[in-house]
Ligand binder design. Sequence first.
Ligand code: PMP
Length: 362
Amino acid sequence: MSEQATPPVKLRESVLAVPAYRQGAAPTKPGFKLSSNENPFDTLPEVVAAIAARAEDSNRYAAAAMTELRGLLAAEWSVSPDHVHFGAGSVTILFQLVQAAAGPGDEYLHAWPSFEAYPSLGLASGATAIGVPLTERSEHDLDAMADAITDRTRAILLCTPNNPTGPIIRRGDFDRFMARVPADVLVILDEAYAEFVTDPEAVRGADVIGAHKNLVVLRTFSKAYGLAGLRIGYGIGEPSIIAAAASVGIPLSVTGIAESAAIASLAPAARATNDDRIAALAARRDELATALRDLGLQIPAAQGNFVWIPESGAGVPSAQALAADFSEAGTLVRPFPGHGVRISIGEPESLPEVLRIIRAHL
Ligand code: PMP
């Protein structure tokens, strides 16, 4: 990325200090793109048809109320429609919630490494991000996170399963953690990869949302539903918190096309196909994790649509070096320098290629 020139107008110093979010690089050779946790399946034909139908009305704004989709999700989560909030991707809602809760001098907590956007969510609002290191098993250290709560803490982000490392947060650990969180501190349970979870011990947002008024659960259509390019995610929480998030949001940023695609994805037949796809991706993930463990690598519990190879312990000596070997072979993965490499679950043919590159690297 090129050096940024000094802007010709006065901009806020705090904003200029914020590094821009960087997406994984575009492939330069024919190969597999396993760097953004995308869904490798083609968009379902009925979803494409819904997109095409709505595209004919592109002269019209989407109705901000999004009544049909809101109703579908409210019924699924057993909440009233005012508990549901939409964003142009769940990352938009993350920004809104942190902005609504944490201003200058305030703090918000997140695990680290976790979703790369977390540290910068509060920079524009002047809040300080506190990253709490994961445990040696690459899991959230909930005791350390609870210890890190101060009277300046306004929000806590929990990511389950954790991107990029893979482990879930167990229900019992979540309950114990919530008992230590002051009732007036916002907790955000980011479940971007929840559909891929097979561990029965995992906390499920839908099971705990009713018990905590300070909890917002985030979901997305980007991963399990394969609509990353359309940008639509949602949050479930107390209407008064949802309303505050909406107040700081940019109006009308969720498109009618994204809304139509999401509705089509929730139709029973589309859901059934998607469930099969999710099961196939989870099985492929387990196959890759097992094969990597058989090579002697220490792979943490993989519960998303990705597998993590740590840089420490029985992992690889250098995340950068491994990612460079992948890139050389035309396959893109995501290195987190100093921490490890994340490999998204892609097409079936990507599996032998991933293993070939790693074997050659070791
Ligand atoms: N949360 C987590 C943990 C993620 O990994 C991502 C995407 N990589 C998001 C939220 C945002 O997803 P989207 O904005 O596409 O819904």
